[in-house]
Design a protein around this ligand. Structure first.
Ligand code: SF4
Length: 154
């Protein structure tokens, strides 16, 4: 898996203070996408063991308490990303069980594959669906267009 950006302290992408990772790779090609540079799976930088370790350390940092981890992109549920994302969310749940995990995907919940569900079964909130420019609404919280649904899973 490659990634584009990591914010160790973020107050924009999800509730509270969070760690946020923007991964590479997206097949959805939404018109008006704000993040086209992430579409190619080989764009950005390799997501290394060191980066995974850093995220875990940041989530455990008691000086700035993080509510949780946000995973966005690109698409964290792109098939190429699934094994690395599954490993990351499993580790967060095992080591930092009090932290919530939010994940943004262009896939719709109803069309997820069994492998994508392995990730979704471990996260707290899934925001699904493509960005639809005609349904863009800047007043929406945590999503760009009104077709996207915030699934509070657990
Ligand atoms: S799902 Fe997100 S990153 Fe992918 S094309 Fe749509 S808006 Fe862009």
């Amino acid at each position: 898996m490659n990634y584009h950006q990591y914010y160790s302290v973020d107050v924009v992408n999800g509730p509270g203070t969070r760690c946020t990772l923007f991964v590479s790779g997206c097949i959805h090609q939404c018109k008006g996408c704000y993040n086209k540079s992430t579409w190619r799976t080989d764009s950005g930088m390799p997501f290394t063991q060191e980066m995974e370790d850093k995220i875990i350390q940041d989530l455990q940092d008691t000086r700035i308490r993080r509510q949780g981890l946000s995973l966005s992109g690109g698409d964290p549920l792109h098939p190429v990303n699934l094994s690395a994302i599954l490993q990351l969310v499993k580790r967060v749940k095992a080591i930092c069980p009090s932290k919530d995990i939010w994940l943004w995907t262009g896939y719709q919940f109803a069309e997820l594959t069994a492998d994508q569900h392995k990730v979704v079964s471990l996260i707290n909130v899934l925001i699904d669906g493509k960005f639809v420019q005609e349904l863009y609404d800047p007043s929406l919280l945590w999503r760009g267009s009104s077709n996207q649904i915030i699934h509070k899973l657990r």
